[in-house]
Design a protein around this ligand. Structure first.
Ligand code: ADP
Length: 270
């Protein structure tokens, strides 16, 4: 009887553990579903905002042209700039969604070329400069002048820097965004540092998961899809490196990507 009781106790403990695991799995699935629903709502918003700007500004220019008005050159450039910028935003959102789908189906590949990382970083920061002024931020570039050429995937490098840069601008107001690039231990280190809202410690690991945003309220206040950092981390890993985050709520965040210069490790990772 004592043996039977012990067996019964063991079985009951195992059953209890199995029930807890099912509960945990259900909680995980519920959380994933909630994150996906939030994602769909956010995507619709993110598509609509630049599309409205493109249609609105284009219609306005068309009206002015058909009225035979003398167009103010500066205003014309500004309006065209907004249309181009909004178009790029749409393209980048659509690229993020396509990238995620390629990542999920294992179809994302690495395409190696010789890259001049300093030139690439300067070019990206220049193209994204409208984001800096949007919230009255300033940009500091700390790019070492001895960065060597490296073999890498320029499109992936570009997206890593672009996503980190856009996030820094989005979550910082009246602040400073610093882009740092230097060589450390045979790797290219790229850090994007801001003194914006920061991320609570409990959320710091989650932000690299697809669809995740630091707080559900962050999504509605700042928009976004929760895809950017998942793509950044995947791309860093595909290039043989990784990404880390240091952040203090209310003080700011620093995302640091470390990408090996050594071609063999890049090839092995790809
Ligand atoms: P998105 O910005 O489109 O929501 P991301 O994957 O790029 O998606 O970022 C996920 C979340 O991480 C953001 O929603 C935000 O909560 C947080 N986050 C990312 N970058 C920063 C940053 N520089 N400062 C504060 N929070 C950030």
């Amino acid at each position: 009887i004592r043996d039977l009781a012990r067996t019964f106790n063991d079985m009951s403990a195992k059953l209890q553990r199995a029930i807890e695991e099912v509960h945990d799995a259900k909680a995980d699935a519920d959380a994933a579903n909630a994150a996906k629903s939030m994602f769909l709502a956010n995507v619709s918003h993110e598509l609509r905002t630049p599309l409205n700007a493109i249609i609105g500004y284009s219609e306005m220019l068309q009206d002015e042209l058909s009225d035979g008005q003398q167009l103010d050159q500066d205003q014309f450039h500004h309006d065209l700039g907004t249309i181009i910028f909004s178009g790029r935003q749409l393209l980048s959102l659509i690229n993020d969604i396509l990238d995620l789908s390629k990542m999920e189906t294992g179809k994302m590949t690495v395409s190696l070329e010789t890259v001049d990382p300093a030139a690439l970083i300067y070019q990206i920061c220049d193209a994204l400069s409208p984001l800096i002024t949007q919230k009255n931020n300033t940009l500091t570039l700390s790019i070492a002048d001895d960065l060597p050429e490296m073999e890498s995937d320029p499109a992936k490098l570009q997206q890593i820097v672009t996503n980190l840069f856009s996030n820094a601008c989005k979550f910082t107001e009246d602040g400073v965004i610093e882009v740092i690039a230097r060589i450390e231990k045979n790797s290219l280190l790229i850090a994007v540092k801001d003194n914006g809202i920061g991320i609570a410690e409990a959320q710091q690991a989650n932000v690299f998961e697809a669809f995740e945003q630091a707080e559900s309220s962050t999504g509605s206040k700042y928009g976004g899809t929760g895809l950017g950092l998942a793509i950044v981390r995947e791309f860093c890993r595909m290039l043989g490196g990784d990404i880390t985050l240091e952040s203090t709520p209310g003080k700011g965040s620093t995302f640091t990507a470390t990408l090996p210069l050594d071609q063999e490790s890049v090839r092995a990772a790809g």
